[in-house]
Design a protein around this ligand. Structure first.
Ligand code: SF4
Length: 277
């Protein structure tokens, strides 16, 4: 039976919280032994017979991957792949766009993604140039596959706060998207226009809103995002302002966490320096 942090605390450590190991408490040290494979002898107060008995037991435990620190990205990816595996590949183009292909190693879905095409297989997602998407991006794409929607955009735009059950994400959208874009592009509208051009953002009429930049991006075939940006007016004391709008059908294709992820990804791509700089 694997040793837990509590087992180590109760059976092995002196429980004096003396801090000689560098941790505030014996229990904190025990957690690090279990999850980070910290050697027991980093506590100088464990009797030799207990060290000799339990350190080999812990080594076996590490070899068996019991209790050691979880890798959240890998856990999320494994879960998302399982979830998406139940989706019939043949139905995906009608539901989310893209085309089915066979490139000699079984069927895959070729799906437009920002300015690229990604090739989605059961266990990998690669760009046109053969690069594997990072694991969080893969989780996002597999979740999109699994969401099950088949609606096409209606052209009715909604801000995040108008979408049900998004209260917990409003602050993140503000801090990770809107403020980032405002800081980066305030008084630099031409740079935002150039970045939007690079990402294929299409100019949108926005009567009434009169934003300095109004572009619609198409990161995925069924998912447009409308960016509005009002530049700062320092002489009048106005800060820059940004708003992202989503088609009302987005919740059929993405969960709330994924909407935020995609917004952050759009922000990251807008803010990154062009390749020739
Ligand atoms: S050195 Fe040992 S006894 Fe002291 S706090 Fe760390 S684990 Fe506990």
């Amino acid at each position: 039976m694997a040793l837990s942090a509590i087992d180590i605390y109760k059976k092995i450590l002196p429980k004096t919280n003396c801090r000689d190991c560098g941790y505030l408490t014996c229990l904190a040290f025990a957690s690090m032994v279990v999850s980070e494979k910290l050697p027991l002898d980093k506590c100088p107060h464990i009797p030799a017979d207990l060290l000799a008995r339990y350190q080999p037991e812990l080594m076996d435990q590490y070899d068996a991957n019991k209790w050691t620190k979880r890798d959240p990205a890998q856990d999320a990816l494994t879960w998302a792949r399982k979830r998406a595996a139940s989706m019939a590949l043949a139905a995906l183009p009608e539901r989310i766009g893209g085309i089915l292909m066979d490139m000699g190693d079984g069927p895959c879905l070729a799906l437009p993604y920002f300015q690229d095409t990604i090739f989605i297989r059961e266990n990998s997602i690669q760009t046109q140039s053969g690069l594997e998407l990072n694991r969080w991006e893969q989780v996002f794409i597999y979740n999109h596959l699994a969401q099950g929607g088949r609606d096409v955009p209606t052209g009715k735009w909604k801000a995040l706060e108008e979408i049900p059950n998004t209260v917990s994400k409003i602050k993140s959208m503000r801090e990770h998207v809107e403020l980032v874009l405002q800081d980066r592009f305030a008084c630099r509208v031409s740079e935002l226009q150039a970045a939007a051009d690079r990402l294929g953002g299409v100019t949108q009429n926005n009567p009434g809103a009169a934003a300095d930049v109004a572009r619609v991006f198409q990161p995925l075939p069924r998912i447009p995002i409308f960016l509005q940006f009002w530049d700062a007016e320092p002489s009048e004391g106005f800060a820059a302002k940004t708003r992202l709008l989503f088609d009302e059908t987005i919740v059929r294709h993405l969960d709330i966490e994924s909407i935020l992820f995609l917004s952050e990804e759009l922000t990251r791509r807008l803010c990154e320096k062009p390749a020739n700089c």
